[in-house]
Write a protein that binds this ligand. Structure first.
Ligand code: GLU
Length: 291
């Protein structure tokens, strides 16, 4: 295992950041164990973070089940665990910082408005991240924050951000794309675009919350699935804008089902709870995910 200097040694801090929207399955176990093993190998710290900004989809009983599964796997973490639902003030402060730089604007478009504006098919490619959405056509770009109506979304002006900021490169230690990655401003504009930083319903977004919290928790190596690799380029833009350090990243392969589809929360058949009920040991789970 090779670690970049930032991630090596006792200063290494990794994390597992589940959203409590369903049971943990084998893919989550692989992600959590990979983060745990990499912290252990470096003599560092593994942290757990509960990403529960989407209150309509998150449930306390899923959170309890996740903690129980992780303890059963043999993982331990410092308490208290950071829960994103209690971090509204930190996200608000980050948005204010971005507003002071003139990098954000309010957006009143509905999903239907955006679909209607995206007539050219090549513009409809989904942007990165769990909030995957089409690249925004820019309808509201240029509106000032002073005109923001209550409950409007807030977007990043990506073209302005990549023009103004010095974008940092990041070290990737995952097997598929190991090496140093330099963000390409033109691709950020065309492939990520003006991502949402604050959803109208929850006042933040995955991209903003994950960047603010990885920095607040001193994460030196972000371990997560390779489906989030493209999102990392958005995250380094936000780190540059907010004056936050850029950690190393380790995007691991996704665990797939027999048909080659990535596992989703709805795949209860692969839920850890089910293997536990059938008498599997943590060692069996490690073997099943190839660790
Ligand atoms: N909360 C995200 C998820 O469960 C993980 C995000 C991340 O690791 O950056 O998909």
């Amino acid at each position: 295992m090779t670690l970049p200097s930032a991630a090596r040694g006792a200063g290494c801090v990794t994390r597992f950041a589940p959203s409590p929207t369903g049971p943990l399955h084998l893919g989550h176990a692989f992600s959590a164990l990979t983060a745990w093993d990499r912290a252990q190998a470096a003599g560092g710290t593994f942290r757990l973070r509960i990403e529960d900004i989407d209150r309509a989809r998150c449930r306390p009983e899923w959170e309890a089940a996740i903690l129980d599964d992780l303890r059963w796997l043999g993982l331990a973490w410092p308490e208290p665990v950071l829960r994103q639902s209690g971090r509204g003030a930190a996200y608000g402060a980050a948005l204010a910082q971005l507003e002071a730089l003139g990098l954000v604007y309010p957006c009143r478009c509905t999903r239907g408005d955006i679909r209607a504006a995206l007539s050219a098919p090549q513009e409809g490619a989904p942007a990165a991240g769990p909030d995957a959405a089409p690249v925004y056509p820019g309808t509201c770009r240029g509106r000032s924050m002073a005109e923001a109506g209550p409950g409007e979304a807030i977007r990043l002006d990506m073209a302005r951000a990549v023009r103004l900021l010095d974008l940092p490169a990041f070290d990737e230690t995952g097997p598929a794309r190991a090496g140093r990655h330099v963000p390409d401003p033109a691709r950020l504009v065309s492939e990520a675009g003006d991502v949402v930083l604050a959803r109208r319903d929850i006042g933040t977004s995955y991209h903003l919350a994950v960047v603010v919290d990885d920095a607040a928790e001193g994460i030196t190596e972000v371990v997560r699935g390779e489906d989030l690799f493209a999102a990392t380029f958005i995250h380094v833009v936000l780190q540059a804008a907010l004056g936050l350090p850029t950690p190393a990243y380790h995007h691991h392969p996704l665990i797939r089902d027999d048909a080659g589809r990535r596992l989703a929360k709805r795949d209860d058949a692969r839920a850890l709870a089910r293997y536990r009920a059938e008498g599997a040991t943590p060692g069996d789970i490690r073997r099943m995910v190839g660790l």
